[in-house]
Design a protein around this ligand. Sequence first.
Ligand SMILES: C[S@@+](CC[C@H](N)C(=O)[O-])C[C@H]1O[C@@H](n2cnc3c(N)ncnc32)[C@H](O)[C@@H]1O
Length: 185
Amino acid sequence: MTGKQIIVLRLGHRPERDKRITTHVGLTARAFGAEGLLLASDDRAIADNIESVARRWGGNFYVKNNVNWKKEIQSWKNNGGKVCHLSMYGLNLSDVESDIKNWHKIMIIVGAEKVPPEVYDMADLNVAVGNQPHSEVAAISVTMDRISDYDPLKQEFGDAELSIVPTSRGKKVIDNTNSDNINNN
Ligand SMILES: C[S@@+](CC[C@H](N)C(=O)[O-])C[C@H]1O[C@@H](n2cnc3c(N)ncnc32)[C@H](O)[C@@H]1O
């Protein structure tokens, strides 16, 4: 992967109700070019599930389970990283995307339940993907598409067990672990 170093920090994941959306946060972050997901809750099963999908579809995406969000933000900033907190209350992405494009090492933060006020203070920018409520998954994908140095829809994932041959109808999936195996179902 080329371009910026991006990680996503997921706050407020509730294992009993956010499994699906947090999985989608992780998979979307990976698909659009993040190197990893920091999960500020303890849910090893979710972390394993995202990493297992990531392994099969290639690349080196990782999930760090049960992180201390404050320490992660502080250490990211101490190491020269910038922090973009996605919130519908923030500055409109269309007005700040050119600033973010100049950043090279970016932590994108998304919430689930109410985000602690300290996060708003620690962030370099609080950014709204439009000032209407919607979803953390949509917010990540639009942001990453807007700030990327390349087309994130066209990136390659190395050492994939499975890869897709784009096709106008049906499904073509190659099992790279078996050279004879193209699944046309
Ligand atoms: C479903 S929302 C819940 C937010 C929560 N009720 C609050 O007031 O903090 C979950 C997350 O989606 C993201 N999100 C939702 N709408 C957004 C928007 N318009 N722009 C940026 N991020 C958004 C934010 O990261 C938010 O923390």
